[in-house]
Structure formats: structure tokens, C-alpha cells
Design a protein around this ligand. Structure first.
Ligand SMILES: [Zn+2]
Length: 375
């Protein structure tokens, strides 16, 4: 057993369900906060639990470079290392290699790159990316893919898609041969609490690529489904393309993904976008936007976006968002939040992030409620 996915209600193309992982149940559609370095910047794990976070995302590329996969494995895996008993998803490292690292070179075997931290040389292959993710031990891990740059001409998008398909095959093969090596299953087996055969394993998701070519997206979806995964992601979006194009690509891809399996749209989006994509039948999303924007004083509220550094809030005694029930809005004034931000107080980042995450999580709670009511 790795994961199980149950759809409890549908409304139009939208679905409300439960993703049952070895580390708890995740209600979908879900927004996954990003904890790049095994930490959602500024927010303690206990607070994330109180906010109702059931799954968070961590980045393989960053953890591979620092503190290193072996270090995390020796600590029992990411859950124990960061003291997060609920579900975790790790990306494959592919996206960060393509967006952050220097001097990367792609060939059939994999990608060589230099660390953005110290310039050291590394080589990722589908196999080593799987080994890294097994060592980290997230509940859900991602196949190693090439994130096609934008713009890319049609031939480039096709070649890149074909490479991702071959890498998906290799990712799955390595995963199947090594999935029993996940650190938390090892410790349960050693403690006699489960057997090698019965121990839960991680789940590996496939990733659809194909650039902005709608027919390639369809082909990529169909051929990734042929390889066979327990869930599918739509990757290679939010790479600088117009938002309407993102929507077109998602609309062209979703019908070719299995209806009874989870669909994950990577790297999206604003509060309006996560609602729109849930309506289109997406079950999982992640984005740095709410946490990163919070650290820059940009807050999402029921009345729209607020830049808390604005002088207009200096004497505003009202709550940040009058309809938000989060611990920030129920306790502090806009004037105080503006003061914290203007004074570069660490607490500004903490409080702003807690509010933004609450806004995203509440948005998804409302989406799930609406689906269950058939609205
Ligand atoms: Zn709030």
C-alpha cells in the first residue's frame, strides 16, 4: 500500500475527495504549502498543524545540497528530521536544476549542474533523483522530468517531452526496485511492527510535459498513463507563459488523465487560480506565492490584495481581513502589522505568512464545501 484516493463528491468537473497516505489523510482539492528546506519559512510545525495543513511540499534539489540526503536518511527521513508527522511530497529536483543551477548540461543520461550555493559540480539522473527522494522519504515523490523552457519551438517541446517519457520509465523502474528502502518503513520493519511485504511504501507520480503544444500535452498524458503511476502531475507551467495559456494547457490535459486518480498541477497559483483549477478537476496544487508574498508584505484578503507597507495603514486600527478568523486577524491591527513590517521585525514575516496560509487553506476548505453541496 502506498496511497489510496477516494472521490466523495463531484460538481461539474470538480471533485472533493481524500488522499490516504502513510502519514495521514489529505482532503482534496488541497493547496500544499511549500517548505523548501524542510521548513515553511517562519512558521513552526505546530502552527502548521493548527492551521490544518495536512500535506506540505519540500524540494529535493535544496535538501540534496543542504543538509544532504544521507544526513536526512540517518535521522529517519524527512518526517522525523523536521518533526512533521503528516504527509509530505517532494519534487524531483528537475525544476530547480533548470531554474536555479548554473552551467547545466542535459544529455540522455541526466543533467550535470553546478550548485547555486557553492558552485560544486553534481549530476542528477532519473535513478539518482529517485534514490534521493527515497532517502528523504516523502509520502509522494515525483518522476524526474525535464521542465521545458518557455518559449520553446515545437520540435524542442517534442524532444523534451520524449526525454521526459524515457526518464519517467527509468524513474519508475528504479523506484519499483528500491521502494522498500524508505527510512520509515525500515524502522518499522526493524521494530517488528510490520513485514517487508506489508510495509507501506511511497507513491511515485508521473509528470506530463509537452511545452505549450496542446496536442503534445495530450500525447504526453496518454503515454505517461501507459507507463502507469498512482497519480499524475501537470508540469512545465508557470514558466513565464500568459495565464490564459496555462489555463488552455490544463484544459487540454485533464481529460486525458484517469478520472479515479489524483491530478496535481505544479507551481500554481493565486487564490483565484487555485479555485479555477479546482473547478477544472485538479486535486492538488502548490505554490510559493502565499509564503513568499507574505515575506514581502503582500497579503491576500477577502477584499483583495493588500500591501501592508502602505502608509495608509499606519493608523488603521482594524483587522487585516475582517472576515478572517486566523490568529493574526483576530488579535492584531493593520497599524501594528505595518509597523512590524516597516521595522523589519522577524514577527512581521511570521504573522504575514500565517495569515496568507490561512487565506489559501480557507479558500480550499470553501471549495471542498461547495463541491460537496454540488455548487
Ligand atoms: Zn487572517
Amino acid at each position: 500500500m502506498s496511497i489510496e484516493f477516494c472521490i466523495d463528491a463531484t460538481s461539474g468537473d470538480a471533485r472533493a475527495g481524500r488522499l490516504i497516505t502513510p502519514h495521514g489523510v489529505v482532503q482534496t482539492p488541497v493547496f500544499m504549502p511549500v517548505g523548501t528546506l524542510a521548513s515553511v519559512k517562519g512558521v513552526p510545525q505546530q502552527t502548521l498543524e493548527e492551521l490544518g495543513v495536512e500535506i506540505l511540499l519540500s524540494n529535493t534539489y535544496h535538501l540534496y545540497l543542504r543538509p544532504g540526503v544521507e544526513q536526512v536518511r540517518a535521522m529517519g527521513g524527512l518526517h522525523r528530521f523536521m518533526s512533521w508527522p503528516r504527509a509530505i511530497l517532494t519534487d524531483s529536483g528537475g525544476y530547480q536544476v533548470f531554474s536555479l543551477s548554473e552551467l547545466r548540461k542535459v544529455n540522455e543520461e541526466g543533467v550535470s549542474f553546478r550548485s547555486h550555493l557553492d558552485g560544486s559540480s553534481h549530476f542528477f539522473t532519473p535513478e539518482s533523483a529517485m534514490a534521493a527522494q527515497i532517502g528523504l522519504g516523502a509520502d509522494i515523490m515525483m518522476a524526474f522530468d525535464e521542465c521545458t523552457e518557455h518559449p520553446a519551438d515545437r520540435q524542442r517541446a517534442r524532444d523534451s517531452m520524449e526525454l521526459t517519457l524515457r526518464w519517467a520509465d527509468r524513474s519508475k523502474k528504479y523506484f519499483e526496485e528500491h521502494k522498500r528502502e524508505v527510512p520509515w518503513a525500515q524502522s518499522l520493519i526493524e521494530a517488528g511492527q510490520t513485514t517487508v511485504e506489508e510495509a507501506a511504501t511511497q507513491a511515485l507520480f508521473g509528470i506530463v510535459q509537452g511545452g505549450m503544444e496542446l496536442d503534445l500535452r495530450r500525447e504526453s498524458a496518454e503515454r505517461t498513463v501507459e507507463i502507469g503511476f498512482p497519480g499524475y502531475a501537470i508540469g512545465g507551467l508557470s514558466v513565464g507563459e500568459p495565464r490564459t495559456l496555462t489555463q488552455d494547457v490544463v484544459a487540454a490535459t485533464v481529460p486525458h488523465l484517469p478520472a479515479d486518480q489524483p491530478r496535481y498541477l505544479m507551481g500554481v497559483g493565486t487564490p483565484e487560480e487555485i479555485v479555477r483549477y479546482a473547478r477544472m478537476g485538479i486535486d492538488m496544487m502548490d505554490c510559493v506565492l502565499p509564503t513568499r508574498a507574505a515575506r514581502h508584505g503582500l497579503l491576500f484578503t477577502s477584499e483583495g490584495k493588500i500591501s501592508i507597507k502602505n502608509a495608509a495603514y499606519a493608523a488603521d486600527d482594524g483587522p487585516l481581513d475582517p472576515v478572517c478568523h486566523c490568529q493574526v486577524c483576530s488579535r492584531y491591527s493593520r497599524a501594528y502589522l505595518r509597523h512590524l513590517y516597516a521595522s523589519h521585525e522577524v514577527l512581521a514575516m511570521v504573522l504575514n505568512t500565517i495569515h496568507n496560509l490561512t487565506h489559501y487553506l480557507d479558500t480550499m476548505r470553501a471549495v471542498r464545501h461547495s463541491i460537496k453541496l454540488g455548487e
